[in-house]
Design a protein around this ligand. Structure first.
Ligand SMILES: *Cc1c(COP(=O)(O)O)cnc(C)c1O
Length: 386
């Protein structure tokens, strides 16, 4: 007979011995800076890519027009009961209009969207083909589904093509699942090619998670699908509102029939209290300003390219083509040491370790942000060059 608490303790000791123990750190925020352990650091670990969450003026403007009637901190029920405040409809209408799609549906988080949609749209006779590096929430969505699933080699179109040719005739539906900008490597899916592949088979649908591209890519900041001109070919285009757009929640833009189906089948949509309506209002507020933020997007792009170029010159292998820049270290303990060193030098960078990334690929993950100054950028480059 085993003592359950002893089992937990043993598991924690094992994680600690591998250098993979996670703990919650305490941090105080001030704009793009973060204070921890008596040190002021530029936050290079958040997803506030455009610096909007750090922007006081943006919040002040929103608050100016907010009355106690508008400030609803709770929706008090699921949207299918009494929680469907008009703020959700307004946000969804705005999203659908921006994307030029028939409809949009908002979820409480990207995690809820990804774990909810995949099980909802698949049956036992279906197959999900997901990129090897998709986010944990998509993996959990596949695990919860009754469908069979298989992961294709990262961004490997030949592998996917072979799998499709083999399996498409044998399954009812196939769902191809990918991210547009990958959260850990910062590289991009070949979206146009994925669309072409999907179009070869009438029973294949495409699901694209734009968590790290929404707000940042494309003329109006709608993401990589806007940039590549393929919004209309993507069956489930998901974005999160808690990253570049500084709010909370997530959405999928899709056909009306898809939305109606999801409302009836996605369990993390049906069986949960809706987001606070004030959050939906805030999302709408930020969304409204998004198309005008191309200067911020360009700034982030310039900073990212500069760092890519430095890494290339130093012959450091880095797959990134975006603002997410992994510096591969390998060993977990060494990655933690390097992260702490950068923190001592004023940059809040964290080590990303297994199981978030594959064994032996612990890394520092730098998330660049549009509000980094030129002077800060030069110091980041010096740090990285060490
Ligand atoms: C962050 C993230 C999610 C989860 O979104 P939340 O709104 O934070 O739950 C989903 N997919 C990807 C690729 C992400 O990076």
């Amino acid at each position: 007979m085993n003592n359950p608490y002893e089992s937990m303790q043993t598991a924690l000791h094992e994680l600690s011995a591998q250098g993979n123990l996670r703990t919650l750190s305490h941090a105080l925020h001030e704009g793009r800076y973060l204070y921890a352990a008596g040190q002021k650091m530029l936050n290079l670990s958040s997803n506030d890519y455009l610096g909007l969450a750090a922007n006081l003026e943006l919040r002040a403007r929103f608050l100016e027009n907010l009355t106690p009637e508008d400030f609803l901190p709770s929706s008090s029920s699921s949207r299918l009961l009494t929680g469907n405040h008009p703020a959700f409809d307004e946000l969804e209408t705005a999203l659908a209009r921006l994307y030029g799609t028939e409809s949009a549906l908002v979820f409480n988080s990207g995690y809820d969207a990804n774990t909810g949609i995949l099980p909802a749209i698949t049956e036992a006779e279906d197959l999900i083909l997901a990129d090897k590096l998709v986010h944990a929430s998509l993996i959990d969505g596949m695990r919860l589904s009754r469908a069979r699933w298989h992961r294709f080699k990262h961004n490997d179109l030949h592998h996917l093509d072979r799998l499709l040719a083999e399996h498409a005739p044998k399954h009812r539906h196939i769902i191809i699942v990918t991210e547009s900008i990958f959260s850990m490597d910062g590289d991009e899916a070949p979206l146009s090619k994925l669309v072409q592949l999907k179009q070869l088979h009438p029973n294949v649908l495409l699901y694209v998670d734009e968590a790290h591209a929404f707000g940042l890519r494309g003329h109006r900041g709608l993401g990589c699908c806007e940039e590549k001109g393929c919004i209309g070919e993507v069956d489930f285009l998901a974005g999160t509102l808690g990253k570049a757009t500084a709010s909370a929640g997530a959405f999928v833009v899709c056909r009306q029939v898809t939305r109606d189906y999801l409302v009836n089948h996605v369990r993390p949509f049906i069986f949960t209290t809706a987001l606070p309506p004030v959050i939906a209002k805030w999302s709408r507020h930020v969304l409204h300003l998004l198309p005008e933020m191309s200067e911020r997007r360009q700034r982030l792009n310039t900073l990212s390219r500069r760092l890519h170029q430095v890494l290339r010159e130093q012959k450091v292998k880095c797959p990134s083509t975006s603002h997410i820049i992994p510096l591969l270290i390998g060993d977990s303990a060494r990655a933690v040491y390097r992260a702490e060193e950068m923190q001592r030098h004023g940059f809040y960078v964290r080590a990303v370790r297994p199981p978030t990334v594959p064994e032996g690929t612990a890394r520092l993950r730098l998330s660049l942000r549009a509000d980094i100054t030129d002077e800060e950028m030069e110091r980041i480059i010096e740090e990285v060059a060490k």
